[in-house]
Design a protein around this ligand. Structure first.
Ligand SMILES: [Zn+2]
Length: 258
């Protein structure tokens, strides 16, 4: 089962809240020890440097903080529901991770959240003179079947091809970004021979699975990869976009509005 798709595998998330453990949560949000923890999920703080003036209304900002502190009013939050802790749409345990990451009710909005972030990255790469193709159907070698790559960027000057798959996941562990990267490499590396031929580019090819946190966190590995393309100015926009998308999913789930 992929990270973010299970409600059973991270029960602790359902029970952490400001009221239960305020110091721990506030430390997570405001006192990161990023530089001494390479690979650490960076961006509780980065997310919180995005202000409403940078694209989030005050109410979305409030919702973002609630999500980061795990006090968004989902049913599994202690004391928040008189109707039990199961999701009203699919009967899974209604954690925030379930709502943002796997409930079928949010599927279209989840697609939209992913699509918007993917577009931001594609546009930034174009500005950096990459030739960019989006949502490209491709064929994996050795009978691996048809796949679809979110972004294929070609650096024709240096004969380099890059396959990128931005992936929004509910933040769970420090190893999650490298797991997402490996998962995507396993999916897309078998398509490299196809792309070599399709674009007539024999040079080096690489695959990056870029994890973006559903609550606006960005792992250092994602930041570093984006920096290598000279497109790091889009990082705040990605954070804002992820938060906006997740707030829409949450509101749609809780109140039927987005
Ligand atoms: Zn559900």
């Amino acid at each position: 089962m992929s990270p973010g798709s299970s409600t059973e595998s991270y029960p602790a998330f359902a029970h952490i809240g400001l009221r239960e453990n305020p110091e721990k949560i506030l430390n997570q949000v405001t006192c990161p020890d990023r530089d001494s923890n390479p690979g650490h999920l960076v961006s509780q703080p980065d997310a919180l440097t995005v202000t409403p003036q940078e694209g989030l209304s005050s109410s979305k900002w409030r919702d973002a903080i609630k999500m980061n502190a795990n006090v968004a009013p989902v049913r599994s939050l202690h004391g928040r529901s008189l109707d039990g802790f199961r999701c009203g749409y699919c009967n899974e345990i209604e954690t925030l991770a379930h709502v943002l990451g796997s409930c079928q009710h949010g599927e279209l909005l989840r697609y939209s959240r992913h699509h918007n972030i993917s577009k931001l990255i594609a546009q930034a790469l174009r500005k950096r003179s990459f030739e960019v193709h989006e949502e490209v159907h491709c064929v994996a070698s050795e009978g691996g079947g048809i796949r679809r790559a979110d972004i294929v960027a070609l650096d024709k000057t240096n004969s380099k091809g890059i396959i990128l798959d931005p992936t929004v996941r509910f933040e769970m562990s420090q190893t999650q970004p490298s797991e997402v990267n490996k998962e995507k490499q396993q999916i897309y590396e078998p398509t490299i021979p196809y792309f070599r031929e399709k674009y007539q580019m024999e040079g080096t090819w690489e695959v990056h699975g870029l994890m973006i946190g559903a609550r606006g966190t960005i792992p250092r590995s994602t930041v570093n990869t984006i920096k290598t393309f000279g497109t790091h100015d889009i990082i705040p926009k990605i954070i804002t976009s992820s938060i906006k998308g997740s707030v829409a999913i949450l509101k749609n789930h809780l109140y039927g509005i987005s």
